[in-house]
Design a protein around this ligand. Structure first.
Ligand code: FES
Length: 320
């Protein structure tokens, strides 16, 4: 728990299709909600498993009365989503931080195409709401396994931009499945694509967008979880501020090795998607394992996610 946490109370809950709960939060007591931009997420502390987890806001950025998120009851999650799905009943209070935005919408784009896979549609809904309010040219492609498990279906079919939403159901025939050759827009400097969903979906669409010729700066992505391989060869980390040098074993992470030496680094997702643990690197070659940094930031080689990334060589010097 952190000192900046704000207590929010569940004011409403809709158990939607596909075991997705749509949960609304209001301040617990007096106070107001901080404004947020489309693409932003809320950090929520889950006391049971003792985890911080990130949930994209799907409510309208113009809505100041509540925040809304969608939570999948995911049996394969590491405990976070299932715990929140169970415990976020009306009246329950949670410590939260944010909203923060690592998935910014280029609001002045000539054309925007949003791709949401499953629960990855949540930030896209906030973006679509914002683009609609701005009168921008956009399309939202929403991919799910089947119509029967498609949360937000009724809300999207009845909204003011329903004509800009294209549903793709895996079980409804090849003709309406997402086809990158047909559904990706033509690359252009003013055309931006946004992708969020399961890792395989994202890897597939990002590769297709790159192959189609979209500039990497115009392919925006947000991973909500990642299969990150944490292990590797051992190496040393020198902490420039304290002068301490620690060893990171093959099965250790830098964060865990630092914690054993009494140096705490704040972490939230612990799988390289939230950016909380970003640390300046003064020397050494980084083996980036995260999904948070851009290609350009990786190439600069002076910052890393210490919850999961490692060293390519024998030693890193960190500014901690
Ligand atoms: S804690 Fe989230 S990226 Fe490291």
């Amino acid at each position: 728990m952190t000192e900046t946490a704000q207590k929010l109370r569940v004011s409403a809950r809709i158990d939607d299709r596909g075991e997705i709960a749509r949960i609304r939060f209001v301040p617990d007591g007096p106070g107001s909600l901080a404004p947020f931009e489309a693409g932003a997420h809320l950090d929520i502390y889950l006391p049971g498993p003792g985890l911080w987890r990130q949930y994209s806001l799907c409510s309208d950025p113009a809505e100041s009365g509540f925040y809304e998120i969608g939570v999948l009851k995911d049996p394969a999650s590491r405990g976070g989503s299932a715990a929140l799905h169970n415990s976020a009943q009306v009246g329950a209070v949670f410590a939260t931080e944010g909203p923060r935005n690592h998935f910014r919408l280029e609001e002045s784009a000539d054309r925007t195409v949003l791709f949401g896979g499953g629960i990855g549609v949540t930030p896209m809904i906030a973006m679509a709401r914002r683009l609609h309010a701005l009168g921008r040219d956009f399309t939202l492609h929403y991919c799910t396994r089947s119509e029967g498990v498609t949360a937000f279906l009724d809300a999207l079919e009845g909204c003011g931009f329903a004509d800009r939403v294209v549903f793709h159901f895996d079980d409804a025939g090849a003709a309406q499945r997402l086809d990158p050759a047909r559904d990706l827009p033509a690359p252009a400097p003013g055309t931006h694509v946004y992708i969020c969903g399961p890792q395989g979906y994202m890897d597939w669409l990002i590769a297709a967008a790159q192959e189609a010729g979209h500039a990497s700066a115009n392919i925006h992505r947000e991973y909500f979880s990642a299969d990150v391989e944490l292990g590797g060869d051992g190496f040393e980390v020198e902490c420039a501020q304290s002068g301490l040098t620690i060893s990171v074993g093959p099965d250790d992470t830098i964060v865990k090795a630092l914690a054993k030496a009494g140096i705490a680094v704040e972490v939230k997702c612990e799988e390289g998607v939230c950016g909380t643990c970003l640390t300046d690197v003064l020397e050494g070659e980084i083996d980036h394992r995260d999904q948070f940094l851009t290609e350009e930031e990786r190439e600069d080689g002076d910052i890393m996610c210490v919850c999961c990334s490692r060293a390519k060589g024998p030693k890193l010097v960190l500014d901690i």
